[in-house]
Ligand binder design. Structure first.
Ligand code: ADP
Ligand code: MG
Length: 323
């Protein structure tokens, strides 16, 4: 774990709600390509993969990595794309072989009022559609896995009284599945990058102290807006630059431990303040002779010993802090 500034660590103890991005944060982002579904018989599976790879080769999203892995496995020659355009939280577009190609998530279809027959109703994974000249000609499905430590991380945070929320650009079904499996407090699906930022603001206005964890380029504005921004290590440079804390091992449990450690350190600090100040509060008036009439005066020699003792107690107490 890399903590970019001390304030971030000190602020960790104030966190009341922690927002998790799904893909790559609570899940591995492994995105194995499951199925290539052809919806227009003028194309076959290989051709859909080939056209998609033309634009996906320019993306750093897990979807792109998963698709390109399959394309290389099948020895498909990757075509060039012109006018490549990335639509944040939506998908990609570009011209391949003179055709207008789009690879986009379900929210694009909803926005454009496009309905797809033979849809993916019983699939709980990530689905992206491929459009050729604005007609849906097929879709790709990907499966991802929840990270081993995600469940523990959420439970540790819950026990510490910190609320958790899943925010994802992915579809409702995947979001619900991950949220249910991890017993999270709630989730929001189909959230565009801009809306992630707005959601952070909205919660802050309600008085919540927000930590946001994410990985993508998309999450950078929300990471910056959060009171504590946490980037997972496998993420992009932009996210890493914006974040206060970087999880080098991409382990969500590190987040939970960091927050608990922040709280424990703070409690120790307060205890030590009492140990150090308490000595002065008691000993200085004694040395000054407030109890002189009762024959109680602190001699300079005893005072010196007590002062050293208080320093030793503070040091030992600090040592007892368990990481
Ligand atoms: P998350 O919040 O899960 O990290 P993103 O905001 O990165 O998700 O992406 C949200 C959605 O945008 C994806 O689920 C997908 O529908 C679409 N998308 C993003 N990148 C790509 C890509 N390279 N190819 C196709 N679709 C993409
Ligand atoms: Mg993401």
């Amino acid at each position: 774990m890399l903590i970019r500034n001390r304030t971030a660590f000190e602020n960790a103890r104030l966190i009341t709600t922690i927002i998790f991005d799904k893909t790559g944060t609570l899940t591995k982002g492994s995105h194995e390509l499951q199925e290539v579904k052809v919806l227009n018989k003028t194309f076959d599976e290989r051709e859909l993969l080939r056209l998609a790879s033309g634009i996906e080769q320019h993306s750093e999203h897990y979807i792109a990595t998963g698709l390109m892995r399959k394309v290389k496995e099948l020895n498909i020659t990757i075509p060039k794309a012109e006018k490549f355009n990335y639509m944040p939280g939506i998908g990609l577009e570009g011209i391949v072989d003179g055709k207008e190609i789009k690879v986009v998530g379900p929210n694009y279809l909803k926005e454009e009022n496009i309905s797809v027959t033979g849809a993916t109703d019983d699939f709980t994974g990530t689905v992206v559609y491929i459009l050729v000249n604005n007609t849906v000609v097929g879709y790709f499905t990907f499966s991802d896995q929840i990270r081993e430590n995600s469940f523990d991380a959420i439970q540790i945070l819950k026990q510490a009284g910190i609320k958790n929320l899943l925010l994802t650009g992915d579809n409702e079904k995947v979001a619900k599945k991950v949220s249910d499996e991890l017993k999270m407090d709630g989730y929001l699906a189909n959230v565009l990058p801009h809306d992630k930022l707005e959601k952070v603001k909205e919660l802050q206005q309600k008085g919540e102290y927000i930590a946001m964890t994410g990985d993508g380029v998309n999450d950078a504005p929300a990471l910056a807006q959060a009171d504590v921004g946490i980037a997972v290590g496998s993420g992009t440079d932009v996210a890493a630059e914006t974040a206060d804390i970087i999880l080098v091992n991409s382990d969500p449990k590190d987040i939970a431990n960091l927050i608990l450690f922040g709280k424990a350190t703070y409690n120790k600090m307060i205890q030590n303040l009492w140990w150090a100040a308490g000595y002065n509060i008691l000993a200085i008036p004694l040395a000054a002779g407030v109890l002189y009439n009762w024959d109680i005066v602190l001699s300079p020699a005893v005072g010196a010993v007590l002062m050293s003792l208080s320093t030793i107690v503070v040091a030992i107490n600090a040592k007892l802090l368990k990481a």
